[in-house]
Write a protein that binds this ligand. Structure first.
Ligand SMILES: *[C@@H]1O[C@H](CO)[C@@H](O)[C@H](O)[C@H]1NC(C)=O
Ligand SMILES: *[C@@H]1O[C@H](CO)[C@@H](O)[C@H](O)[C@H]1NC(C)=O
Ligand SMILES: *[C@@H]1O[C@H](CO)[C@@H](O)[C@H](O)[C@H]1NC(C)=O
Length: 186
């Protein structure tokens, strides 16, 4: 009897190692056993983000201007396709692009809402991307933003990005920002 029971529990454990079909072909759910045995890697990335609003080839542009009664430009929204480079110089090697939006989301300080993807083009990262959704109080020396996901090499990504402005033209708003990204992924 006890050997029969242990056979049954062995069978249950083994069968739960496989994906269980929950709802026809629409969805399936991996068992706990599979998902907890997943091996994760940690990757550190370091690059510079070039946000150019001025000149004949801007990489970011204002797409929403708030009505006049907005406090400190609250609501102003920019769309960007900013190069990411290995070094801080504008002609440094390009490793990817930051594509998405940033918007003035605070009525009390300079706080941006960042919604963007880092789309990488360099080496093994070519074609992989990380998604950022975070708050960027740009007057702080170092800002932290969450990495909420990724694709390609960065499937199941989560982590954080640290950003520091290393160059700013106060007149045009052009800026170079250093990023350190730490991310766990499959
Ligand atoms: C906003 O202000 C500008 C300049 O002061 C004015 O020309 C414009 O009509 C105002 N717009 C609105 C919607 O009030
Ligand atoms: C990245 O991949 C694309 C498409 O596969 C390819 O055209 C491009 O040359 C690659 N870029 C680099 C820098 O390897
Ligand atoms: C990124 O890491 C480098 C090396 O540890 C450090 O010198 C730099 O200050 C860091 N920058 C940010 C924005 O965290």
């Amino acid at each position: 009897m006890s050997s029969f029971l242990s056979f049954v529990s062995l069978f249950l454990i083994l069968s739960s190692c496989y994906y269980t079909l929950i709802d026809g072909v629409f969805s399936e759910q991996p068992s706990m056993i599979v998902s907890t045995k997943r091996m994760e890697k940690t990757t550190h990335l370091h690059f510079y983000f070039h946000d150019i609003l001025d000149g004949s080839n801007p990489t970011a542009m204002r797409i929403i201007s708030p009505p006049n009664k907005s406090v400190g430009g609250f609501g102003t929204t920019f769309m960007m396709d900013d190069p990411l480079t290995e070094g801080p110089e504008p002609d440094s090697k390009i490793v990817g692009r930051a594509q998405g939006m940033y918007a003035l989301a605070s009525q009390h300080e300079m706080g941006l809402l960042m919604v963007l993807n880092f789309a990488f083009t360099e080496g093994i990262y070519n074609g992989s991307a990380l998604s950022i959704l975070g708050r960027n109080p740009i007057l702080k020396k170092v800002r932290e933003m969450p990495i909420v996901g990724g694709s390609g090499i960065f499937r199941f990504a989560r982590g954080y990005a640290l950003a520091k402005t290393v160059w700013l033209d106060r007149k045009s708003g052009d800026a170079v920002v250093e990023y350190n990204v730490t991310v766990s992924h499959l």
